[in-house]
Structures are given as structure tokens and as C-alpha cells.
Design a protein around this ligand. Sequence first.
Ligand SMILES: [Zn+2]
Length: 215
Amino acid sequence: MMGLDLIFGSSVERGPKSRRIYLTFDDGPNERATPAILETLAGERVPAAFFMVGDHVRRFPMLARRVADAGHEIGNHTEHHRKLLLLDRRTVRRELESAHEAIVGETGVRPRTFRAPHGHRSIFLKSIAADLRYTVFGWTFGVFDTALPGVETIRRRVRKRLRPGAIVLLHDGDGYDPKGDRMQTALALPEIIKDARERGYEFGSLAELHNGTHS
Ligand SMILES: [Zn+2]
């Protein structure tokens, strides 16, 4: 993927090939799914990363703060979950900076990571992410949990695709609808964690992968 990296900048799409995987939750915070997911993660002592939409952070600041207080990584996922690819430089910058300000303002945590909505990176992203000192993350696999395929299907898809170093893309929110339903993902999480542990995986924090050292 060197060619794309030259245009869009590098993004981290997996960790080192150890028995370690990385859970990530996009498009929150969300009033129902985020607390449920936090509860499972706390009970199982599993770290995760949450790539938040700035507009949702402003709407649900207490939830954003709960994620931060639990010690999970908080990433920037733009202000309005817009596909960056065709936007002009000024708009891309505003999407990143607004979400950055929302996260810092509401949680007190300075995000260090960014993930592009739908993976649509922009030619302007590299310099803007560098200005904000972000590591840009992609993912190893997703399971289309946003299509609400059912709790058991979400669980099974994750189990099938697990591999060393995988960055797993899941969703605790809907990028557009602040009331979107992501409870299937929340309900699948306990079994996802159990399945991974049975296969000898442990859970890492994306902080270990900052700056693309393992990309
Ligand atoms: Zn998203």
C-alpha cells in the first residue's frame, strides 16, 4: 500500500503479530451502547479505543468523560462523520479541529489518534494530522455490525477473522444519528472477549501502536 501512503499519509492497520488484539469502537458516544460497553470492558479489565464524533461528544459530554475516566483511548473521528475524500482543505481541517476541541473541552484529554469516517482519507489529511500530532489508524477487519446482523452473527464474524495483531473495528454509535442503535454490538462484546481469550489472545491498547511504528 506504499502508493496510497504517499498520497494519503500512513495509517496503522494492525499491530505486531503477537497474540494481542486491539478493540476499537467508532461513532459514539451513544446513550445506550457506550455505557453497556464500558461496563463489560471494566468487568473484564479490557482496554479499548473509542473514535468519537465531535458532534456526539458535545451532545453527550458526560459519556465522553466516562470513557476518558475509565482510561480508554479517545480518538478523533471528525466533527460530523463526513467522508473526507472530496472535501477541500479548509473543511477537512475544520472537521478535525472541531472534534479535537470538543474532546479536549469535554474530557480534558488531548486525543492523539484519528480515524477517517468510512476509511475515506483525504490528500490533506497527512499535514493536518501532523499538525495535531495524530497517529492515523485504520483497522484490520470490521464485521459490518452497523447493519445490525444480529448479536450472534457479530460474535461469529469476529471469531472467524481474529488474527495476531488485529485492530478490530466495532461501533458503539451511529456516525449520523445520535440515537442510533448499537446494542447488538454491546451485547456481543462479552462473548467476543471470551472467544478471543479462549484462543489465547490478550487485549492491547492502541497507545502501544502510536506513530506507526508497527504499520
Ligand atoms: Zn465512523
